[in-house]
Design a protein around this ligand. Sequence first.
Ligand code: PGA
Length: 274
Amino acid sequence: MRQKIVAGNWKMNTTLSEGIDLVNQIVAKIEEVPQDVKLIVNTPFTHLFPVSKIIGDIKCPFCRSKISLGAQNCADKEKGAYTGEVSAKMLASVSKAVGTVAGAPEGAVGAPVEYVILGHSERRGYYGETNAILLEKIKLALSEGLKVIYCVGEALEERKAGNHFEVVANEIKEVLFNLSPEQMKNVVVAYEPIWAIGTGETATKEQAQEIHEFIRKTLAEKFGTLAEETSILYGGSCKPSNAKELFSQKDIDGGLIGGASLKAEDFIAIAKSY
Ligand code: PGA
């Protein structure tokens, strides 16, 4: 049974206090999320520590198990003189630090930074992240015990030219095919057509299902039946009004949500679309 996931990608939005408000609002509604759906909030780096504490403080174990914390990037180097970078090891260290806050109860541990988004088209496009760089990032993240949400997707011109299958296959083969099956178990794939991100334009359910099925088949070439267990999320203008029809497709296991994850009400409504 594949894990159903609704992951919020906050991108470079919210001040720290707005982010704390948003996560508190999400946590307040967590009981509404269906039992078999996992929520992930991928916040900016500055927000990880307080959000780790807020999620770690959720009292009901069942509610606690329904929400995970993630980051939106990590460095392709282990450590050292890389000004401005944040390493996978630093991300993995956040939850333990919660116990060191003044007044924290003995042994207090926050929610781990469990996921990291890598390969988002904004990182590929604006920051020149190549498949080779992304492979390094993924290996480092996995070696620190993080799970990876690996994004793939084609530009509008590539779809118009009918090259979308080839583009997506390359992004998978040049990166994920270098992982072992053990590593691949900790990878979630997100298909995000670039032309649908933040544009209000969504892939139709048929377009999305077609390429999700293709992604699963491609993964199966290397990983066999493990491909059946890999969650593949759809991203690109996913919102409460279209989530249900997208999530009803056989190979769509949830969503990576940008704009609509910044309103607790919309984010929870998307999770309830299952
Ligand atoms: P969007 O972004 O939902 O705002 O289109 C999705 C994403 O880029 O992850």
